[in-house]
Write a protein that binds this ligand. Structure first.
Ligand code: HEC
Length: 167
């Protein structure tokens, strides 16, 4: 073969083209094709668990005075936030889900709550990258309530209190 790299290039190009075609087909059929497992309840609970883990990590790092290190966690939460609306397709409720039907009755508010999380997490990331400890601490102080709670309160069934121990 005189020009092996040319052939390789052609193969890569055709691969890229078929990927592009697949992506276009996926977009045409709606959000279901973007989901990882086809089970949106499992996917969003997995994403939310990771939000919880990142948020716990942020709090530990801030307590330890390591504010710069929260940038990676804040960025992860911002990226997760962009995907939240995709993981709540209409009618995706089952017995395992803690999502309230209000989500689909007040969809623009739900989307705004996801956008609010994305904005606040991006702000926190930038403050961390700027090593602005005071700003990071101020954002973290209200983050649980203003970034997560503003959506959980209206749109998530409260988690049950643990049973009271008998005396
Ligand atoms: C836009 C709305 C919204 C925002 C913002 C949001 N959540 Fe959630 N979260 C939900 C909903 C709805 C559920 C319930 C999903 C279900 O069970 O189907 C949930 C569930 C959870 C769960 C339980 C997951 C499980 O194991 O079932 C955790 C933990 C969680 N969220 C953490 C967070 C944290 C931490 C933040 C902020 C960094 C956050 N969430 C921001 C809507 C939101």
């Amino acid at each position: 073969m005189a020009f092996p790299h040319v052939k390789q290039g052609v193969i890569l190009l055709s691969l890229a083209l078929s990927l592009a075609a697949l992506t276009a087909a996926g977009c045409a059929t709606g959000t279901a094709t973007v989901l990882a497992s086809g089970d949106p309840v499992a996917d969003r609970q997995r994403l939310m668990k990771n939000n919880g883990a990142n948020w716990a990590d942020i709090q530990h790092k801030v307590k330890a005075g390591n504010v710069e290190a929260v940038a990676v966690n804040a960025e992860a939460i911002a990226l997760h936030a962009q995907r939240i609306p995709l993981l709540f397709p209409q009618g995706s409720l089952n017995a395992k889900s803690k999502a309230k039907p209000d989500i689909w009755e007040r969809w623009p508010e739900f989307q705004a709550a996801a956008k609010n999380l994305e904005n606040r997490a991006s702000t926190l990331r930038d403050q961390a990258l700027a090593k602005d400890a005071a700003a990071v601490q101020a954002t973290v102080a209200t983050f649980g309530r203003d970034a997560c709670g503003t959506c959980h309160t209206p749109f998530r069934v409260p988690t049950q209190q643990p049973a009271q121990p008998r005396s």
